[in-house]
Design a protein around this ligand. Structure first.
Ligand SMILES: Cc1ncc(COP(=O)(O)O)c(C=O)c1O
Length: 399
């Protein structure tokens, strides 16, 4: 009681900031984010007793509940328990980490790999592990926040270029002292926009100006390239990308992250990245699920085929309705509404008709690009499409 009275009267500026934050108030008023789901099965999720078609999963191949993934997770949990006791640098390393790293490295066409307990950590380390004060990082302005955080922590100088714009990158590089060490940071598939990176032009410029190239391929793995080997494989440019980083939480149906590159770079990262050195190792269950999903990706090509067939069908439907999809070329497909209130109502109408999508507004997207972000899964069925198409027609009719 005394403590709660003291708390109310506190003039602590941080407490005041938390109590009076307009963004938090706005977030809570709209109840759009931090949804709690009661159940999930295939492409269906359950919220407040209502069944919804999930149209916003980044888990594009739909392997999270594949019988082989579930079986592998169960076995790992029974054998090893829930955790790993510590960081890889200390007591957390297990042979299953090495097995997953070797398999992922081979799959991606790289010599070595390091897995972490979140994609966010891996993507941060892809910069903090290599860049330092005095270096310059050139980064796409729409890059994921994990990489931006890595850049800030690295203390390197930063130059941002226009989204997916190699010519702007070239202009910036031409102005830099050639003696400065340079890193280029790009994404394979930009998650909000669904754009595929213009890798051939970027790697040509990186070679010309001697940039160490880091690509976050969280959304390209499982979606592009032979068997889903990612964006670098899709363009046949794996050798031109020094570091491929990403997440185990998208097409690999688990959670966690990875960084792949040549053996010397990965060993250097293990010495220098604090996110690698001081964070607990990936859990046995997460590791086993990702490994099983990787096996499925290699041995069951039908999931990738179905993903692209579903994407084509869905994109044709959106085009027929003349919706603006920001020229997405991939299963990550935004519907641009361009106005916060209108986008919110579009999102709400989809929800009313049984579809789960994501509402995104500035500063999460550029001003005027307020959108409803949707994503296609290999698992979407005829019955799912009936609900999706009906809901989108309804939302459009009420715009
Ligand atoms: C492009 C990109 N990079 C990194 C991450 C972080 O991955 P994780 O969710 O596994 O931490 C995400 C997740 O949304 C992402 O979209």
């Amino acid at each position: 009681m005394i403590r709660s009275l003291l708390k109310k009267k506190s003039s602590n500026p941080i407490r005041k900031r938390c109590d009076n934050d307009d963004f938090t108030r706005l977030r809570k008023r709209y109840e759009i984010w931090y949804n709690i789901l009661q159940d999930q099965r295939g492409t269906r999720v359950f919220k407040d007793g209502k069944e919804l078609v999930m149209l916003a999963s980044n888990e594009y191949l739909g392997l999270y509940d594949h019988p082989k993934v579930i079986e592998a997770g169960k076995k790992a949990l029974e054998k090893w328990g829930g955790g790993t006791m510590g960081a890889r640098s200390a007591n957390g390393g297990r042979h299953f980490h090495i097995e997953l790293e070797e398999r992922l490295a081979a799959f991606l066409g790289k010599e070595a790999c390091h897995v972490s307990s979140a994609g966010y950590l891996s993507c941060m380390s892809s910069i903090t592990g290599f860049a330092r004060r005095g270096d310059a990082v050139f980064v796409d302005k729409n890059m994921h926040s994990s990489v931006w955080d890595g850049i800030r922590l690295s203390m390197a100088d930063v130059e941002r270029f226009g989204h997916n714009n190699p010519e702007h990158l070239r202009t910036l590089l031409e102005q830099l002292d050639p003696g400065i060490s340079k890193i280029l940071a790009i994404e394979g598939i930009y998650s909000m926009e669904g754009h595929i990176c213009n890798l051939p032009d970027f790697t040509a410029i990186a070679q010309e100006f001697d940039c160490f190239t880091v690509m976050d391929d969280a959304h390209g793995l499982g979606v592009l390239g032979k068997q889903g080997r990612g964006t670098a494989n899709h363009f046949g440019l794996t050798d031109q990308v020094d570091i491929i980083t990403g997440s185990l939480s998208k097409s690999l149906g688990s959670t966690g992250g990875f960084i792949a590159g040549d053996a010397a770079s990965i060993e250097y990262l293990r010495t220098h990245s604090k996110q690698v050195i001081f964070s607990a190792a990936l859990s046995p269950c997460q590791t086993a699920c990702a490994m099983a999903a990787l096996n499925v990706m290699e041995n069951e090509p039908e999931w990738l085929e179905k993903l692209w067939a579903n994407t084509k069908r869905y994109k044709a439907f959106l085009d027929e309705l003349e919706l603006d999809t920001w020229e997405s070329e991939t299963p990550a497909i935004p519907i641009i509404i361009g106005d916060r209130e209108k986008a919110y109502h579009f999102w709400k109408n989809l929800r009313e008709k049984g579809v789960f999508a994501i509402f995104a507004t500035a500063p999460g997207v550029p001003p005027g690009k307020d959108l409803v972000r949707t994503a296609i899964s290999a698992r979407h069925s005829e019955a799912d499409f009936e609900i999706i198409e009906n809901a989108i027609r309804y939302a459009v009719s009420r715009m």
